[in-house]
Design a protein around this ligand. Structure first.
Ligand SMILES: [Zn+2]
Length: 83
């Protein structure tokens, strides 16, 4: 899934915050930069929103410590999401 305006690859958080701020049923989404531009706010404000929703326990957002998906067989050293 990528931003329909600039084509940037979207993170699940960006998709979630778009749904929260724009349209819960949105089928296409903006990255946080384009979202910030659309709302005429700094990108940091979008990031704050993401953190706010995450802290408030919104299921749309990846929860800290609960992001792992089952199967703990073997230590393959999965790489954490890179920046
Ligand atoms: Zn974009």
């Amino acid at each position: 899934m990528s931003c329909y305006r600039c084509g940037a690859l979207l993170t699940p958080d960006e998709i979630a915050v778009h749904r929260k701020l724009v349209n819960r049923g949105a089928t296409r989404h903006l990255c946080k930069r384009c979202l910030a531009a659309a709302f005429a706010v700094p990108v940091s404000m979008i990031e704050e929103r993401i953190e706010y929703f995450r802290r408030s326990g919104c299921m749309l957002f990846a929860q800290p410590g609960k992001g792992e998906q089952g199967e703990n067989t073997g230590n393959h050293g999965r790489r954490p999401a890179e920046g």
